[in-house]
Design a protein. Structure first.
Length: 172
């Protein structure tokens, strides 16, 4: 398996796990936030849903400058809209990654805000960061949902909620 095939497999698997988490977000809780310094559910969900788009941006550009204001996440009105956004973003990420080459992944990519350089890395490294962000923010959303008393799905095995549900059937 080459690097691109491995990244595609990982992106698909993490996309599947992320979808299960996003599906649990109730429409009525989009504006909830656990702390004034925390993102709202809507803001965090939009960021998670958008991460697939970062794959295409990474392989097709030399970087991103936040100061230009060119990168914007879509807005959505409900969880169905969020899921549509996520599916389009993930599909685009998979398609763009599938069309690139390992040679492109060795090119330099820069994240900046005007003159302030945030990071310089290879495109491969940026894709790994995007995948890590998907996992990290999915877990963050799991904490949000737990605080809202919403059962969460497992990512790499059953969650405590899923285990509890399985135990109900075993004792019945």
């Amino acid at each position: 398996m080459n690097i691109i095939e491995a990244l595609l497999k990982e992106l698909t698997n993490e996309g599947n796990n992320t979808r299960k988490m996003l599906e649990r977000i109730p429409n009525e809780d989009h504006d909830w936030q656990p702390h004034p310094k925390s993102m709202t559910v809507r803001r965090l969900a939009a960021h998670i849903a958008d991460l697939g788009n970062w794959i295409g941006m990474t392989v097709n550009s030399p970087g991103l400058d936040f100061a230009t204001g060119e990168w914007k996440e879509e807005e959505f009105e409900n969880t169905a809209g969020l899921l549509d956004y996520f599916e389009r973003s993930l599909a685009d990420g998979i398609a763009q990654l599938g069309k690139t080459t390992e040679e492109v992944l060795t090119e330099t990519w820069t994240l900046q805000n005007g003159e302030h350089i945030i990071m310089v890395c290879t495109k491969y490294e940026m894709i790994r960061i995007v995948l890590a962000q998907m996992i990290h923010h999915r877990a963050q959303m799991g904490v949000y949902l737990r605080l809202l008393n919403i059962p969460i799905p497992g990512s790499y095995g059953p969650s405590a909620d899923e285990l509890e549900e399985m135990q109900k059937y075993q004792t019945a």
